[in-house]
Each structure stands twice: as structure tokens, then as C-alpha cells.
Ligand binder design. Sequence first.
Ligand code: AMP
Length: 280
Amino acid sequence: MKIIENASDLAKVISDLRAEGKTVGFVPTMGALHEGHLSLVKRSKESNDVTVISIFVNPTQFNNADDLKKYPRTLEADCTLLETIGGVDIVFAPNVDTMYPADYNYIPIDLGTMDQVMEGKFRPGHFQGVVQVVKRLFDLVNPHNAYFGQKDFQQVAVIRFMVNHFNLPLNIVSCPIIRSEEGLALSSRNARLSEDEKQEALIISQTLYGMMERVDTKTPKELVIWGTDQIKNAGLEVEYIEIVNPNTLESLTDEWVPSTVCCVTAYCGDVRLIDNMVLN
Ligand code: AMP
């Protein structure tokens, strides 16, 4: 695997590969890799000649300085894990100055209501930071296909919006959530959970599966109340539970629409966990 830290080195390698007619698949990450990330890498390797993964903890998408400080940084272990699935062609591991040089100018785009609901509401500025970093990475990596996890359901919607906004010539591929055997959605933040907390956190996915079973007999509003109680009673602090239209992210109260998604964010101790599921 080539590990590249420098933007101009990356640009040179990519333009040579593209000149040879190679297709480029790209998986942007913040590292501390797990099976969820690997599923995106595998998907990219199946469909492209070349796979690039980026590992960069992007400061501009953190609205909480402590969360940024505590975010795990494990480049060596990440490369070892990538080797277990045959590696990738390029690991792009830039530093902050490479990503945001002094002359780099990013003008925020209007994300409309997408930036005001759920993650947008509770993490002010988060999605502008996500759009900024992903746009910059797309400019540097110039991929044909880019792979994102449905785990960050709202993020995929925002990225698709951004790609349309800038009319970028690439495909966004959304991949299913990978869970532990017991159901916990894999996340780099899970490394900060104690063994007891990992058990307690299972209530999140159990609640989502429980909601799925109750779709035929309850309204979205009733299920939000039921789900909130389930998670609170298990000792977690619920930040929000929203049942939304998957296309508009509009909150549903009385009626179901096809492929309704329930999004949950809850704190287990001081670790913020997110999960979601298509309910019907
Ligand atoms: P992150 O490193 O957390 O920024 O995540 C990088 C990419 O991996 C994002 O597209 C995430 O949605 C995706 N991802 C994270 N966890 C999972 C998971 N459990 N299953 C599938 N994709 C995931």
C-alpha cells in the first residue's frame, strides 16, 4: 500500500492512473478503522481498478472540542487491518495544513433544512464541516465512485446534495450498516465504551428492531414515545429519536411513507452513539 501524505504526490499518482484508464474508488474515513469501514473498502475493491482510502480526523466537523481531542488516532493499526483484506492501493493520510492550506478558501453552501434537523440541529456547523472536507477530498482524489455508510444516514443525504450542487462527475454509493453479532452498530467511538456500556448500548438497536415489529399497529408519533422510553429506561440519555421521510428528512407523526427511517442519537456514559433503521 502506498501511504501518501502530500496533496501534490496524490494528484500526480491519481492523474497517472486515470490517464491509464483506471477507475478510482474512494472511501473517506476518520480512521480507527473497523469492519464497517472495511465493508466500504471491499465494495470499492469489487467495482474499481484502484481503491483509495483517506484517513483524516477533520477538525472542522467537530462542534465539541473534547470529542475532537478524544477521537482515536491509530494509523498504524488501521494499515494493519487494511492488510487483512488485501490492502488498498493508496492510503491518503494528510495533516490539517495539507487539507486546509492558508490559501484554501471554502465558501459554505446552503444546505437548507437538512442542516437544521437531527444531527444538523444538535451539532451546529457539523455538516458544513463534512461538506467542506468531502469536497476538498473529492477535488484531491478525483474518484469515479465514492463509498459512504448508511450508518450516517443524514450525512449520505447531505453528500448527495453537495454532489448535485457542484455537479460533480462521480457516483455516491451508500452501503449497509455493519453491526456486532449482538446488534450494536460498529463505530470508532465504541472503543471508548466499557464492556458494561457495550451491553447497555445494545438497547439502541433492540429498540429499532422493536419499532420495526410495531410499524403496523402504531403511528410514528406513538413509536417515538415508545422508543424513547425503552432507551431511557435502560439508562441511556436520548438526544433525539426521529422517524423521517427518507427523501426529505421531514419528521413523520401520523402517516407512514415507504422506507421510513428511524434515526436515534443517545449518550451511553459520555459517548455519543448514533444508529438508524429502515422500519417498513
Ligand atoms: P467515519 O470514520 O466514522 O467518518 O466513517 C467513515 C465512513 O464509514 C462513513 O461513510 C461511515 O458512514 C462509514 N461507517 C462507519 N461505521 C459504519 C458501520 N458500522 N457500517 C457501515 N459503514 C460505516
